[in-house]
Design a protein around this ligand. Structure first.
Ligand code: ATP
Ligand code: MG
Length: 425
């Protein structure tokens, strides 16, 4: 027998038993952004490598060690997108969507990072993100945060997630702060780990983000970015905090929150949870006012976020919050005998015409026991039993599979209303 071929490590199939919860989550995301008037943008999965180097930054985890980069047949360096923001800005610049305009966009799709696969961390994973352009004030920051907060409420996880926010200040203020931070780090160089020693010169802010507890302990005495913000960023941040309070969104200011991508300035935020172990961030974003210009467009302010769909699906599954995930099949239609099969199939079509129920028709014959077994494994709540008598009398027998009610026979004309009353009481 030929050897079976396996999927690439860290790249998962989404099997039929999981696709229901994925669709449920995706539908909530789509309908929520629609409530805020955001429009979808779809970008290619492959972009030129240059795009990510110039936007995410050379000295970041993503660009240093996580990108899937290859030369195509023309010798051009291409990369499987590791995130969506760079592509959205590239597309916005290319098609003139950004300069002198206001845009509120969303996207959803696969991203690729060569990381060590583990729970909540994969090599192909899926992000849903929003990006807004041309809006500079704290009002839009508050909007994207409140949009994300609404997602958690709709998914039923609002009490399991915490909002952390910080301000990175203007580029000038951050540059000044960096000098102070490097001075501090130099004084403690011997106690830093290898990564931090290297980064203190190439990208010192990223040292603040270190996951090493020993480094974190040293950092508790480091100068704080918040004490060195420029006036405009400080005002923007306090107005944002005020708005969040008015909108009833609780938050924690985390002065060490810097995000792992270089393009951020001013507002940054993350939604974190302690229900997923080490992979605790489910959504992250912030302002990136310099990126549009850095990628060749005319300057325009921008703010957005991205969330990880795998981590959301994991959370819902582990917390058992899957009651609202619709079943693949509501009604399973069985039939015994040739006349009955014909009648059953037209009945199933009639139900699809007149209701929104998910109606599956038994195909392939077999006795009633076998057909009802299929109905059970499809997790239908109702089976329609159709034999010669039902066919000749234009009736249908309804069997409630969960023991919800007694079996009953109704006239064909009453079938839709009877089922609607049962499924949508
Ligand atoms: P982390 O610190 O967990 O590596 P990150 O800062 O690299 O996250 P972002 O680039 O901000 O993550 O991506 C936004 C969201 O996408 C994350 O909060 C997370 O939910 C999700 N995400 C990022 N990397 C992965 C991955 N490899 N597998 C699954 N989800 C991921
Ligand atoms: Mg990462």
């Amino acid at each position: 027998m030929a050897k079976t071929i396996q999927a690439i490590r860290g790249m998962n199939d989404c099997l039929p038993e999981q696709s229901g919860i994925w669709q449920y989550v995706e539908n909530i995301l789509r309908s929520t952004v629609a409530q805020y008037g955001y429009q979808e943008i779809r970008m290619p999965i492959v972009e030129s490598t240059e795009l990510f180097k110039r936007s995410i930054g050379e000295v970041t985890d993503i660009v240093e060690k996580e990108m899937y980069t290859f030369d195509d047949r023309n010798g051009d360096s291409l990369t499987l997108r590791p995130e969506g923001t760079a592509s959205a800005v590239r597309a916005g610049n290319q098609h003139g969507l950004i300069y002198n305009q206001q845009q509120r966009l969303w996207y959803m799709g696969p991203m690729f990072r060569h990381e060590r696969p583990q729970k909540g961390r994969y090599r192909q994973f899926h992000q849903f993100g929003v990006e807004t352009y041309g809006l500079a004030g704290p009002d839009i920051d508050a909007e994207v945060i409140s949009l994300s907060a609404r997602l958690w409420r709709k998914l039923g996880i609002a009490d399991k997630v915490t909002l952390e926010i910080n301000s990175l200040g203007s580029n000038a203020a951050r540059a000044e702060y960096k000098t102070l931070l490097v001075e501090f780090l130099e004084a403690h160089k011997a106690q830093l780990d290898e990564d931090s020693q290297r980064r203190m010169y190439t990208n010192p802010l990223r040292v603040l983000d270190s996951k090493n507890p020993e480094v974190q302990a040293i950092l508790s005495d480091a100068p704080k970015l918040q004490d060195h913000l420029d006036e405009a960023s400080a005002a923007h941040f306090s107005q944002l905090c005020e708005r969040l309070a008015q909108l009833g969104i609780s938050y924690r200011v985390n002065p060490k929150l810097v995000r792992g991508l270089d393009y951020y300035n001013a507002t940054v935020f993350e939604w974190v949870t302690d229900t997923l172990g080490a992979q605790g961030t489910i959504c992250a974003g912030g302002r990136y006012d310099g990126l549009v210009e850095q990628l060749g467009g005319k300057a325009a302010p921008a703010v957005g976020f991205a969330l990880g769909l795998e981590r959301l699906v994991l959370m819902l599954t582990e917390l058992g919050l899957t009651d609202d995930v619709p079943a693949a099949v509501d009604v399973y239609v069985t039939a015994l005998g040739e006349d009955a099969v014909l009648y059953a199939q037209t009945t199933a079509e009639m139900l699809r015409d007149t209701t929104d129920l998910r109606v599956q028709m038994h195909c392939g014959g077999g006795n009633m026991k076998k057909q009802l077994k299929r109905a059970d494994s499809a997790q239908a709540r109702v089976a329609l039993l159709i034999g010669g008598t039902e066919a000749s009398d234009q009736q249908v027998t309804i069997k409630y599979l969960g023991g919800d009610a007694d079996q009953t026979t109704v006239a064909l004309a009453q079938l839709s209303s009877t089922l609607n009353a049962f499924f949508n009481p």
